[in-house]
Design a protein around this ligand. Sequence first.
Ligand code: ATP
Ligand code: MG
Length: 238
Amino acid sequence: MPVITFANAKGGAGKTTAALILATELASQGHRVTILDADPQRWISHWHEISGPQKNIAVISEVATASLQCHIRENRGTTDYFVIDLAGARDALVATAIGLSDHVMIPVQGCAMDARGAAQILELLKQLDERAGIRIAHSVVLTRVSSLVTTRAMAAIKALLSARGVTVLDTPIGERTAFRDIFDCGGTLRSMDPARVSNLDKACENARLFAEEVLRLLPLRNRERAGRGFFQTIRRAA
Ligand SMILES: Nc1ncnc2c1ncn2[C@@H]1O[C@H](COP(=O)(O)OP(=O)(O)OP(=O)(O)O)[C@@H](O)[C@H]1O
Ligand SMILES: [Mg+2]
């Protein structure tokens, strides 16, 4: 049961949106997903409240640094994928979640390319590696990419980040009405009305390709790393 965490120290990078799109897509494909909502704005908890029970999705709202590992342990048996949505911060909760992750997704807005928040998360990942030999797989996912951004411009952004050793997903998350409306309508992209949401088919295809790429990046088996030294190290790194 891999743990996929969305982190960017800067607010508004698209973490919550990307986390919900991934979680609902995986659930639609039949995987059991537990979302740990550690974003103080609680958008995903609110989405869950207005959606009613959703097949294959559980949402845990009260997530603190001390309880994070318990939530994962207690829900392991009934979860295929954990998705953690973090605050736009760099604190102990962020460091703990990252330390427990199999893959850290770092959303960066494709248009703005303001990568300072992403750089802070990359620095945290580097410290975990250098101080404790804990290597957490991670990738940047470009978000809110407008259809006007050319393939060439995207390739240039990817080349820039790859030159710094950062993997960038091939599938960006587009700027789509459906990705905003899902928080107001509840449910999943697949349960939305195509007559009322523009380009819903494109949003569904985007979500499918994104989830497919994320799944390809995950290890086949979850790693175990629950030693005391590990948690002392990640607390220090925070
Ligand atoms: N792909 C997208 N298409 C359209 N709108 C988007 C997309 N991604 C994000 N947004 C919008 O951008 C705003 C910020 O997105 P979101 O809440 O996902 O970011 P965040 O990184 O979780 O922010 P915070 O750090 O405050 O938790 C929201 O209004 C959201 O609806
Ligand atoms: Mg958020």
